[in-house]
Design a protein around this ligand. Structure first.
Ligand code: NAD
Length: 413
């Protein structure tokens, strides 16, 4: 973990200055309520013992039960989970869900474990943290390296301790109290936001050229919906490499999805040229969408960016130094806490359905998602216009303002 101040705290300070928050309230809002690190020891398939570190940070519960993903990635550490938990607090407030923020993860490369090992790892982690999470306190969901299968194991193991509690986790399979449209939700939300941005500018998403980093859950659905709405995705990278359409007409995303499924990534898709991440960032496109790791747009990579618009599908993809460069270069950045909030929004719909033992049809969920995302975008846009601020600062002002207000109303016992 580096000693550098996390980007979320720097963005927080700027917004807190605009809101005129006292130092005491700032300290309260920045301090996580609970920060837990646990040992997760399992037997590997070959009989060896392996020990991993698991984390859960509950950042703030002023507005409701804390909500946040569970990430399986080798670079997961306390600092990263703290930053991501804090982002969840502001994100749930920006889209006005009755939640606070949390995040968790295990420092592991899930691609190096068998399915049986992943299941044991998940169940062991649940055994270690089950008494601090639950439908009324802290509700995990999928993030990088986890999926609906991991959520199913999570729920099943949680229920061995607490009985029937499907609302203890979201992003579950449809057959196990999951929600229609949850898997596509983050990507769908990203595209709703991109469309709204161009509408506000009197332009259209259709016909715009796009470079996309990441083709996992979020990246692939983002690509699919961009394609369906007539945008041209001309370059994509994933962890193994990247591809570019040399003719600039736009990649055939449905075919690329099929190809990536069978070839473990986008690399080598017929009719394309290979591409690195640096080359992806410097593509002459209208819109750049980071949908992979955090910290990708830095002081080193930001000057390469030629796109005039960035929509942050990934969490924390832009360092404050890069953000400054984008501001100077008049690049409009739609921040993660707004752009990728579609996932947590549909997670909320799943939780509501689980608690009321009802099931909503896909069309209803898509409509509700569109309403939530559009309302949040419009609120952030209005603050940005009124105060002449970048969208990131405006989103932080909206999110932090709501949490600060709830905190003051409730008081401290
Ligand atoms: P995922 O594991 O499904 O996919 C990650 C993708 O990133 C993969 O295509 C992988 O190949 C690619 N990638 C990894 N390292 C890379 C590198 N060095 N260069 C280029 N590509 C690389 O994860 P996901 O769920 O799609 O999450 C992606 C991002 O979106 C994360 O930042 C996550 O926190 C954020 N996010 C996810 C959700 C969700 O609902 N899953 C919600 C909000 C935000």
């Amino acid at each position: 973990m580096s000693n550098k101040q996390p980007s979320s705290e720097i963005y927080f300070s700027t917004a807190a200055d605009h809101l005129g928050l006292s130092d005491r309230l700032r300290r309260l809002l920045l301090t996580p309520e609970r920060d837990v690190k646990v040992q997760v020891a399992i037997r590997l398939d070959n009989g060896d013992l392996e020990t991993f570190l698991g984390y859960r940070v509950q950042h703030d519960g002023a507005r409701g039960p804390m909500k946040g993903g569970l990430r399986y990635h080798p670079e997961v550490d306390d600092g990263e989970v703290q930053t991501l938990a804090q982002l969840m607090t502001w994100k749930t407030a920006v889209v006005d869900l009755p939640y606070g923020g949390a995040k968790g993860g295990i420092a592991v490369d899930p691609r190096k474990l068998s399915k049986a090992e992943l299941e044991r790892l998940t169940r062991k982690f649940v055994d270690q943290i089950h008494d601090m999470v639950g439908p009324d306190s802290d509700i995990p969901a999928p993030d990088m390296g986890t999926n609906s299968q991991v959520m199913a194991w999570f729920m099943n193991q949680y229920q061995t301790h607490h009985g029937f509690q499907p609302a203890c986790v979201t992003g579950k399979p449809l057959e196990l109290h999951g929600c229609e449209g949850r898997e596509e939700a983050t990507g769908r939300g990203v595209v709703i936001i991109a469309e709204r941005l161009f509408q506000k500018l009197g332009q259209s998403l259709a016909g715009k050229t796009v470079a996309l980093q990441g083709f996992g859950n979020v990246g692939s659905f983002t690509g699919k919906f961009l394609y369906e709405r007539g945008a041209r995705v001309i370059a994509i990278t994933d962890v193994r490499g990247g591809v570019r359409d040399p003719l600039g007409r736009g990649l055939d995303i449905p075919q690329l999805l099929e190809y990536a499924r069978h070839n473990n990534g986008v690399q080598g898709f017929p009719g394309t040229e290979p591409l690195t991440n640096e080359e992806l960032f410097s593509q002459n496109v209208d819109l750049l969408i980071p949908a992979a790791l955090g910290g990708q747009l830095t002081a080193a990579t930001a000057p390469l960016v030629r796109a005039k618009y960035i929509v942050e599908a990934a969490n924390d993809p832009t360092t404050p130094e890069a953000d400054e460069i984008f501001h100077k270069n008049n690049v409009v950045v739609v921040p993660d806490i707004l752009a990728n909030a579609g996932g947590v929004t549909v997670s909320y719909f799943e939780w509501v359905q689980n608690r009321s033992v009802v099931r909503w049809p896909l069309e209803e969920i898509r409509q509700k998602l569109e309403q939530k995302m559009s309302a949040a975008f419009d609120a952030v846009w209005q603050i940005a216009q009124d105060k002449k601020l970048p969208l990131r600062t405006a989103a932080y002002i909206l999110g932090i303002g709501r949490v600060a207000h709830a905190t003051e109303l409730a008081g401290v016992s």
